[in-house]
Design a protein around this ligand. Structure first.
Ligand code: AGP
Length: 598
């Protein structure tokens, strides 16, 4: 149950467990959060001395109710299965199984796996062999974990396009979608590859492919411990993760410069020759990671003069993008498991583009399937809303931009070092913003009844505005929208009415002054039409003060790096407003931390 609690961020609309013992299989399942299952188990405990499996669900097929919750069992109650992903051919398989006499209890795609396993068990020697046979029949994405009363000390799991990791303990072993589930027991993990099956006993771990042939696996040590995945005195993980940002950014920047002053990205795996041949960059990502990509474009094009496109991963492969060996695709994903991004990565590699992943989770699928990787070091992020991983993605993107400029000779070493020195000050600047955000909290509480909040930005402030609007939508369930401030007069200004809160992210007046002046005009335009202006501007920027109903000051930093500080007030704003509405900011409705289905 504690392991499930650590995984609850991945899905929290229902949960269940199955345990084996005394020749029987006992299951308990409940709709709603894990607390409901916990209570049911307290009222009516189930026990067993064999293996156990459990699941927290994010519904795809079938409503989130008790019956559709996992585990699912066969008609003889001998096999139990939990599943992440989508079995795309489940309708045909269900029909076939029903014709053979199987009775289905749920509306899920998962249940076909339970019945299929039972059928294959009758034909095969053992659960692992049956699992391989089942996997060969399934289409789509799945991690399946199964137990059977025939062998109570065994858990068998298989994966295709969905995460699964093994934890190796002393006389005990674990399986989970994420190391967080077993980090309290062991930090030694084994990465499972695509289309592999694992047989797990207390004293052995055997991994094969779907044909039963043994495969090599990568073992690794997890560099954070259980305390990193605890709330540490905060009411919500999100609150803790926001304040962890200075450390997260510092850790991501750590150790990137060699003794001779060269930027060195050890895990990069792409050679300087390969990077010198790059003619175009395409960044693919989803949600918050996409916003990091939008910001990266400004930095990369400015520093490296390489054309850079940014695209939502779910759209990318459906538009026949032009890619070749000279294209560098940068896939940004904190989890490394977003199915949309993973599919885009695979597509890009099929087109012979080189792929560099920026990722926060060691051993996850996207970096494993990419040509190179740059890991962010944010530590585990449990709150569904990305905060510290976003800031570290920005830091990583800046590093990639500077590294490209270095290997391609587009900037002198001292110019690169000057930016690295500025980057090195960012953790302190983030700390300063965090020290001064109390008024943002008050403001957020005062706006708890607002219906809509608009966000405006220009240049790198535009993606920051988009990120602010996304946070507000996902946490406070309110309408929030971001516009490039220059687009206002092309339509959105019609939305402005008396008292409408408009958050404006103002570029530094020390950057391109024309940019700054233009946004000051935009602020005046919305204010003249009744908007309540909430202005995020650099300390010392007095020109915005007369037009700001609320002025939020951030430290003066170089223009391209400003998102690292300007994002923080928008995170705090969304979090506090959601809390004022009584929402659970760690587990907002309808969402999951890693979206492992397309
Ligand atoms: C951010 O707050 C969201 N929860 C979501 O948009 C997220 O950034 C997106 O699903 C991408 O996830 P990834 O970085 O793990 O690929």
């Amino acid at each position: 149950m504690d392991g499930l609690a650590r995984l609850e961020y991945r899905g929290y609309d229902s949960a269940g467990v199955a345990v084996l013992g005394d020749g029987a299989l006992r299951t308990e399942k409940r709709a709603g959060k894990l607390a409901n299952l916990r209570q049911a188990l307290e009222e009516q405990p189930i026990s067993g001395d064999g293996a156990g499996i459990g699941h927290t669900r994010w519904a795809t097929h079938g409503a989130p109710n008790d019956v559709n919750a996992h585990p699912h069992v066969d008609n003889d109650n001998r096999v139990a299965v939990v599943h992440n992903g989508i079995i795309e051919n489940f309708a045909a398989l269900r029909l076939e199984l029903e014709e053979q006499g199987c009775k289905f209890a749920s509306e899920t795609d998962t249940e076909v796996a339970a019945h299929l396993l039972r059928t294959e068990l009758a034909r095969h020697d053992g659960l692992a062999s049956a699992m391989r046979a089942v996997c060969r029949r399934l289409e789509g994405a799945f991690t399946l974990v199964a137990t059977s009363v025939d062998d109570p000390g065994l858990v068998v799991a298989a994966r295709r396009n969905s995460p699964l990791v093994v934890g190796r303990g002393e006389g005990e072993n674990f399986l989970a979608s994420d190391v967080a589930a077993f980090i309290a027991h062991t930090r030694e993990a084994v990465e499972l590859g695509q289309d592999q099956v694992v047989e797990l006993r207390a004293d052995s771990v055997t991994v094969t492919d779907y044909d039963g042939d043994p495969v090599d696996v990568r073992e690794y040590h997890v560099d954070w411990d259980a305390s990193a995945a605890e709330k540490g005195g905060y009411d919500y993980f999100m609150l803790k993760e926001i304040v962890e940002q200075p450390r997260a950014v510092a850790d991501t920047l750590l150790g990137r410069v060699s003794v001779d002053g060269q930027l060195t990205l050890d895990e990069m795996r792409l050679s300087p020759e390969e990077l010198r041949s790059v003619e175009k960059i395409v960044i693919i990502a989803c949600g918050t990671s996409y916003h990091a990509g939008l910001i990266a474009k400004y930095a990369i094009e400015h520093w490296c003069r390489i054309p850079c496109e940014v695209e939502v991963a779910s759209e990318f492969r459906y538009r026949d993008p032009i890619l070749d060996q000279q294209t560098l695709v940068i896939a940004i994903s904190q989890s490394g498991e977003s199915m949309d991004t993973l599919m885009a990565v695979r597509y890009a590699r099929e087109q012979r583009a080189r792929v560099l992943a920026i990722c926060n989770v060691n051993g996850s699928t996207i970096p494993r399937e990419s040509d190179g990787v740059l890991y962010t070091h944010a530590g585990p992020e449990v709150g569904v809303a990305a905060t510290k991983t976003f800031l570290t993605q920005l830091a990583a993107c800046y590093l990639v931009g500077l590294y490209l400029a270095q290997v391609r000779g587009q900037k002198f070493g001292d110019e690169i070092n000057a930016v690295i020195a500025q980057l090195a000050t960012m953790p302190d600047q983030v700390e300063r913003v965090l020290d001064t955000v109390e008024p943002v909290r008050e403001l957020a509480r005062s706006l708890a009844d607002a219906d809509t909040v608009l966000f405006l930005g220009r240049h790198v402030g535009y993606p920051v505005a988009m990120e602010g609007a996304l946070k507000l939508k996902e946490l406070a369930y309110m309408h929030a929208e971001a516009f490039a401030a220059g687009e206002l007069k092309h339509g959105p200004i019609a939305l402005i009415e008396d008292g409408l809160p408009v958050v404006v992210v103002v570029p530094s007046p020390r950057g391109r002054s024309v940019l700054h002046d233009k946004i000051v005009s935009n602020i005046q335009e919305v204010r003249a039409r009744g908007a309540r202006t909430i202005v995020i501007a650099e300390e010392g920027d007095e020109s915005v003060r007369p037009y700001a109903d609320v002025l939020i000051q951030i430290p003066a930093v170089p223009t391209l790096l400003q998102p690292i500080v300007s994002t923080i007030p928008t995170q705090v704003f969304a979090c506090e407003l959601a809390l004022a509405k009584g929402n659970d900011v760690d587990q907002p409705r309808n969402l999951a931390k890693s979206v492992t289905v397309e």
